[in-house]
Ligand binder design. Structure first.
Ligand SMILES: *Cc1c(COP(=O)(O)O)cnc(C)c1O
Length: 357
């Protein structure tokens, strides 16, 4: 008997999460990373602090003050409970694990972040996807009907949504939180680029968890995420958090990052301005359909997404091809917003393909 017979069949049928190997000289616009790294003197200062991190000791739960620094920096209500995760991917895993009673259902909107369905599978929850409208807005009637019919224990809503970029109507999400009996996670990975947040309500609804990350604001490599909600619920989540899930180096680096908030704010503002500039530029092309974005990426539909993806690649630009991810994403490509010159390189390829000659 092969050793593989011992592996869970649903895991055998999966593929490991694909992280593209990027060749030297490529412009990487596929994963919503910030293009802005620390300049020399900040690198040096961070290096000094990292050299003093107590890596011989296990990290303190809640990150040696990091949770309180995050609370202060990002307006997390004082009456909300918090947990920290090794990226918000780990928080998705933790919340799913805590709610994965036998036969329980996890619901997500589609298309949305792929980790939700994956997490359901890994924790043996029933998965129900509710389709968005064709323009990627939320179909409130269908969503409420699905909640009524399926009684999900857990609903994930990315706000703004990935990979579509738009933010759903606040009132619709609030209706979902009020209607659902189970937990609703509002995943605000892109909150820094968004005009709205549910963080102010964290702690006010027993069934609401607001989840965020430092990944999209310049620190994808640190793997730091945080979640806030009613203490009664977050205390249960805390039981599932692996001991020592955060590491001393990330804790030191994240605390350092929060001391230099102007760096974060300045880069966020630059990327938001670039997003608007790129979106305006895209409007000039009749063949391109662009969707509203409150994130650091823009998703577009073109006549032939293979052609656009391949041509960008020939020009050493890597973006995310969404064509096969979901039927509603036919011929769609997701462009992470980079530095002005990176975005200009994308627009030059678009002009070459879709410009009037
Ligand atoms: C990027 C992303 C995450 C994951 O963030 P990490 O903190 O890097 O794990 C979670 N949710 C959404 C919607 C994302 O786009």
């Amino acid at each position: 008997m092969s050793i593989l017979e011992y592996v869970r069949p649903e895991i055998r049928s999966m593929q490991a999460y694909q992280v593209a190997a990027v060749e030297e000289g490529f412009i990487k616009l596929d994963a919503m990373e910030s293009p802005y790294a620390y300049v020399d003197e900040m690198q040096e200062e961070l290096g000094k602090q990292l050299s003093q991190a107590p890596i011989n000791l296990y990290p303190v739960p809640n990150g040696d003050g990091l949770a309180e620094d995050l609370r202060a920096a990002f307006d997390i209500p004082p009456n909300a409970g918090m947990i920290l995760g090794n990226g918000s991917d780990e928080l998705i895993d933790i919340v799913t694990k805590a709610l994965s009673k036998e036969g329980a259902t996890l619901m997500a909107l589609e298309p949305s972040f792929v980790m939700y369905a994956l997490s359901a599978k890994l924790h043996r929850m029933r998965y129900v996807g509710v389709s968005l409208n064709e323009d990627f807005t939320l179909d409130l009637a269908a969503t409420l009907a699905a909640i009524e019919a399926e009684q999900p224990a857990l609903i994930f809503i990315a706000y703004p949504n990935n990979p579509t970029g738009g933010r759903f109507e606040r009132a619709d999400v609030e209706t979902i939180i009020k209607t659902a009996k189970g937990v609703v996670v509002v995943d605000e990975a892109y909150s820094a680029f968004s005009s709205d947040t549910f963080m102010d309500l964290a702690g006010q609804y027993d069934n609401l968890i607001v989840m965020r990350t430092l990944s999209k604001i310049g620190f994808a490599g640190l793997r730091v995420g945080y979640a806030a909600g009613a203490p009664i619920l977050m205390d249960e989540m805390a039981k599932v958090v692996p001991p020592y899930n955060m590491n001393q180096l990330s804790i030191v680096a994240a605390k350092f990052a929060l001391q230099y908030q102007p760096f974060i704010i300045e880069n966020t503002e630059r990327l938001k301005a670039e997003r608007e500039r790129v979106r305006t530029a895209l409007k000039a092309y009749e063949q391109i359909e662009d969707f509203p974005s409150e994130a650091n990426f823009i998703t577009i539909r073109v006549p032939d997404s293979n052609l656009l993806f391949d041509t960008l690649k020939q020009n050493k630009i890597l973006v995310k091809h969404l064509h096969n991810a979901h039927p509603l994403l036919a011929n769609c490509v997701r462009l992470t917003i980079g530095r002005p010159e990176d975005n200009q390189a994308v627009l030059a390829v678009i002009e070459q393909l879709y410009g009037r000659t």
